[in-house]
Write a protein that binds this ligand. Structure first.
Ligand code: AMP
Length: 365
């Protein structure tokens, strides 16, 4: 079987690595010649609007998927006219624009915080009056890892915030007084079966994921039910196939969705060693029409991101700790790798996190 991947970052690389033992060969389409995934898959290197290259890429593929949500919808639609593309193209249109995403969440009764659409400075002024401060101003499109967003505190200059996001179409969100952040990674097969990974508990620094614990600590059935019910409604509404991630703020035991990603997710990297079947393998299985694999955790897993700086060379010998380096050049704020951890108890996991923290720098500038 041959699977096409749109985008060639580390998510594509890990997907291609997971596909190989299933006898599935991956081919990637990615404009960046030096991309990470080209280490593990054939690479068609061209701009997204190069239709000749897209035709060459699509030749002989059994299915096509994507590993990042900012692939231009037109490119995906072109490929979808000749090949099965999963998740369906409409998922991209929803996830690429925070306004459409909020409206989608509201329509399918997924709880979200208070928000306003901001297209002009005047609208920013009235939105801050309505919502109050603190609040978070986010561009509608192309924001990720804390980019394209600014937190507004009482007394801050609205003009400066508006300039920071380059006066782009935006939304203003009430600042959530969350006790923690969680994410739910789910997968839906072509025939509609849905499975969920255990809820992940995530810590961010400067808007970039730093640490994931899976299962999260003290995750009760009620939290899990909220997340699973939301995922089911979203997956079914979109006729979704593949892995979907929904990120949440937990406030007083209630989950408020922050955003969703129509793809495998950084908070699911722990599943490579920590779950019976990883998010990457399950995504490949789903989009290729294979039966889904077991999503349960094999113990107490964690993931520490390596951001902006190479880790020290002497990685410690620690049972259950696995280093993954993506082979990228170093840049502040860039995800260069991660450490996967699998422990037998929560206490052991906490000890491993403490031991490994110096090996997982987080330089965000
Ligand atoms: P995002 O790019 O929307 O995922 O935001 C990155 C991170 O910024 C989140 O994971 C939170 O840690 C923080 N953040 C974003 N939006 C809010 C909000 N409305 N209230 C509080 N923190 C937020």
């Amino acid at each position: 079987m041959k699977l096409g991947l749109l985008g060639g970052g580390q998510l594509g690389w890990m997907m291609a690595l997971a596909a190989k033992p299933l006898g599935i060969e991956c081919r990637i389409f990615e404009p960046n010649r030096e991309c990470v995934a080209s280490q593990a898959a054939k690479h068609v290197c061209a701009q997204w609007d190069d239709l000749d290259a897209a035709t060459e890429f699509a030749q002989g593929l059994d299915a096509v998927t994507y590993e990042f949500e900012n692939v231009p919808v037109e490119a995906v639609e072109y490929i979808a006219s000749g090949r099965p593309v999963f998740p369906p193209v409409q998922c991209l249109a929803v996830a690429q624009d925070r306004y459409h995403e909020k409206r989608f969440f509201e329509r399918y009764n997924v709880d979200i915080g208070v928000w306003r659409l901001v297209g002009t400075f005047k609208e920013l002024e009235s939105a801050t009056e309505d919502i109050g401060l603190p609040a978070v101003l986010k561009t509608r499109r192309f924001g990720y890892d804390g980019k394209g967003q600014v937190v507004l505190h009482p007394g801050d200059s609205l003009t400066a915030a508006w300039d920071t996001i380059e006066r782009r179409p935006a939304i203003l969100e009430a600042f959530q007084p969350f006790t923690r952040e969680l994410s739910c990674i789910s997968v839906r097969s072509r025939d509609g079966e849905i499975r969920h990974y255990p809820l992940c508990e995530n810590e961010h620094e400067a808007g970039i994921l730093k640490l994931t614990r899976a299962p999260g600590r003290n995750v009760n059935e009620d939290l899990e039910n909220q997340a699973h019910e939301n995922a089911r409604r979203i997956l079914e509404a979109l006729g979704y196939v593949g892995v979907l991630t929904v990120e949440y703020f937990e406030v007083d035991g209630r989950l408020f969705a922050n955003e969703m990603a129509p793809r495998v997710h950084n908070s699911g990297h722990w599943s490579i060693e920590g779950a019976a079947v990883s998010q990457f393998e399950n995504h490949v299985r789903a989009v290729c029409g294979l039966p889904l694999g077991n999503t349960s955790a094999k113990g107490f897993a964690a993931m520490l991101n390596i951001v902006g700086k190479e880790p020290p060379e002497a990685f410690p010998e620690l049972v259950g700790a696995h280093l993954h380096l993506y082979g990228k050049s170093v840049r502040i704020g860039r995800k260069l790798g991660h450490i996967g951890v699998l422990s037998e108890s929560e206490a052991e996991r906490e000890a491993a996190i403490r031991t490994l923290a110096p090996y997982a720098p987080h330089l965000t500038g």
